[in-house]
Design a binder for this molecule. Structure first.
Ligand code: PLP
Ligand code: ZN
Length: 411
């Protein structure tokens, strides 16, 4: 049972049955899932949501899944009131949505849970993906739980944590000598020749809907209202556009008032095609060659860039790109103020948030939510050189005190 009604082309509006493809036959525009919102509004109430288990499936009526879903134990993630960080940035009403704590340690568990559930409905025996790392982890884990075969394609230069965190689940890992955009191109070709469920290619319309749960959860956690400001990292731009879609849907079914959220998009300066287009006032995203430590969001040719630019405009939002040294400082700042160890994409978000607050683009007139989408243990290489080394002592009290005093004199 699903309220998803059809796939509809975002460019020409043609509708299709809910099958496994992502591009309109007629105009080559991307298709997206549309729903019967009247039926959803008639069936889904805040009470039914609140009474449901504390997982993303409490919003199942707004997702394109049937009764059987693949669940590896994700829960609703914390929305942390970030008072310490807020003091540093001059923001009194700041929250961090902490998606570091998902089962495979990134927000990708949301999108993959939807895509793999759908893959089972479609009867695929193999799921696959082109990934910058986090998607690979999550696809491998969900495939294991679903009893499906998995093929995971990643660039050959990924962080070790991302590779180990994929291989452990036993998929076929293919490392490609190239960047993500080249991996993705290769996968599109494979997808045409093999009958596999590629979560971010032929299952992409379903996959991307999972991101909406990051809008629903935050609205519920804020007491059923939309944030005034959101800062969201962008790779393909899918997450950013779907948070906006999700907030709009909650308004449509009467759960929240008007959505006045100003949506800010964050990229790394070493891969900022969407920010560049926004700054130059263009509606066309020009592909770039990524060169940044923020590998999880290093997509040089973002599939949803055009739509992300539209959301920046519609929401009266903005965009910012953070250089690598600021990303590292921001990872440390978030850890030292809030006790949250984010991966590089989180550093991008906090670095951009800091700049936006300094510039007065984000003010104190309502809640700001910074979306932290992945766990720092996966990208330790990025911060290794930037940390105070541990103090080495002999196993004796004297040695400890000598070291402590030595430190005291220096400091
Ligand atoms: C995949 C990913 C994103 C966003 O990706 P989109 O393609 O823009 O949806 C953000 N942060 C992390 C850590 C990711 O892995
Ligand atoms: Zn079309």
């Amino acid at each position: 049972m699903t309220y998803a009604r059809a796939l509809r082309c975002r460019r020409c509006g043609r509708e299709y049955p809910l099958e496994a493809f992502s591009i309109c036959d007629f105009c080559f525009g991307p298709v997206e899932v549309v729903y019967d919102y009247e039926a959803i509004a008639a069936n889904m109430t805040k009470d039914t949501v609140v009474a449901a288990p504390w997982t993303m499936w409490r919003y199942k009526d707004l997702l394109p899944v049937g009764d059987k879903v693949i669940d590896i134990g994700s829960t609703v993630t914390p929305l942390v009131k970030a008072d310490n960080l807020g003091r540093r940035l001059g923001l009194k009403d700041l929250y961090v949505k902490n998606d570091c704590v998902n089962p495979t340690n990134s927000f990708k568990d949301r999108v993959v849970a939807v895509a793999v559930s759908r893959a089972l409905d479609f009867g695929f025996d193999t799921v696959a993906c082109a990934s910058t790392g986090n998607l690979a982890n999550s696809v491998a884990a969900h495939a294991a739980k679903a009893g499906l075969k998995a093929f995971v394609f990643i660039p050959a230069d990924l962080e070790q944590g991302k590779v180990v965190g994929t291989a452990i689940y036993g998929p076929n890992v293919v490392t490609v000598k190239g960047n993500y955009d080249e991996v993705n191109r290769l996968c599109s070709e494979i997808a045409e020749n093999y009958n596999w469920g590629f979560v971010n290619i032929n299952l992409r319309p379903y996959y991307s809907e999972g991101s909406k749960t990051l809008a629903y959860e935050v609205a519920e956690q804020l007491g059923w209202r939309a944030p005034a400001y959101a800062v969201v990292p962008a790779a393909s731009g899918s997450l950013y556009t779907k948070i906006w879609k999700g907030l709009g849907e909650l308004h449509k079914i009467g759960f929240i008032g008007n959505v006045g959220t100003r949506m800010f998009l964050a990229q790394a300066a070493g891969c900022s095609p969407i920010v560049d287009a926004y700054k130059s006032g263009s509606t066309q995203v020009r592909p770039v060659k990524p060169n940044t430590i923020a590998k999880s969001i290093a997509i040089g040719n973002p599939a949803d860039g055009f739509y992300a630019l539209k959301v920046i405009k519609e929401s009266n939002g903005g965009a910012w790109a953070a250089p690598d040294p600021e990303i590292i400082d921001a990872i440390k700042l978030l850890a030292e103020t809030e006790g949250i160890f984010a991966e590089t994409a989180g550093g991008v978000v906090i670095a951009c948030l800091k700049r936006l607050a300094e510039a007065g683009a984000i003010r104190d007139d309502g809640p700001t939510v910074a979306y932290i989408t992945g766990n720092g243990l996966k990208t330790q290489e990025a911060v290794l050189g930037a940390l105070t080394p541990p103090t080495l002592v002999e196993p004796s009290f004297n040695s400890f005190e000598a070291a402590l005093n030595g430190k005291g004199r220096q400091g």
